[in-house]
Design a protein. Structure first.
Length: 231
């Protein structure tokens, strides 16, 4: 058999090196494409994740009020952080129902509720019912004092907004949450009033409220998100 000449050996080495170079170059291009795709999809995945959390929290918030005709007529969404007294485009708040409905009766400067109502001091409540003229009304309050009697609890409520004095109706425990957009950051405001960054690096945030529908939109770079929540 004829042996391999030096020229053939050099040509083979050159071809092998070329194949290695092209393979490595192709791998680097593929890796670059994958990295670009990941860098683009990562913000979009985060945006979708944040969107779903808000949507899950807000959507159908009023469903737990439909167990009582008084509560069903109350407002739970507000276009600001002050129960609708100062509407603004970069903030809204919502009352999140966490308790069960109980009847109440106004007596003197306080209200009477069943012992089983479990009303606690410093917690927030939605009261909905009729005033002294028999008109429907609702108001958000905090329980300042709670004392237990033989047959009922006596509660002193402090209103969180101006509203009628309700003589009878239904109350339910709520937590007031807020959302505020400023300095390119969307903040979540807890019931206790603490302000925590929820989604930063946003270029824009806006919402529209057309009861019972809330449309929320934001933009982060090239990523745009818009979703609707039915209250």
């Amino acid at each position: 058999m004829r042996g391999v000449t030096l020229l053939e050996f050099l040509v083979a080495i050159s071809l092998f090196s070329l194949i290695l170079f092209l393979s490595y170059h192709s791998f680097e291009e593929q890796r670059s494409v994958v990295n670009q795709i990941e860098s683009r999809t990562r913000p979009e995945e985060e945006s979708n994740y944040r969107m779903l959390l808000i949507k899950h929290f807000v959507e159908k918030s009023s469903s737990r009020l439909k167990v009582d005709p008084f509560l069903e007529g109350a407002q739970i969404f507000f276009p600001d952080l002050s129960f609708g007294s100062a509407p603004q485009k970069n903030a809204f708040s919502i009352a999140h129902v966490v308790g069960e409905p109980f009847p109440f009766i106004h007596s003197g400067n306080s209200w009477r509720v069943p012992l089983t109502a479990g009303v606690e001091k410093k917690k927030s409540y939605l009261l909905a019912g009729s005033d002294t003229s028999g008109n429907f009304g609702w108001v958000y309050c905090t329980a300042d004092q709670v004392s237990a009697g033989t047959d009922y609890l006596t509660v002193a409520f402090t209103p969180l907004l101006q509203g009628p004095i309700l003589v009878e109706g239904t109350l339910i425990e709520v937590e007031i949450h807020g959302v505020l957009f400023q300095n390119h950051t969307l903040f979540w405001i807890s019931p206790g009033g603490s302000q925590q960054p929820y989604f930063d690096g946003l270029d824009n945030f806006e919402y529209t409220w057309n009861n019972p529908m809330v449309t929320i939109a934001w933009q982060k770079g090239a990523i745009k998100a818009e979703f609707r929540c039915a209250l």
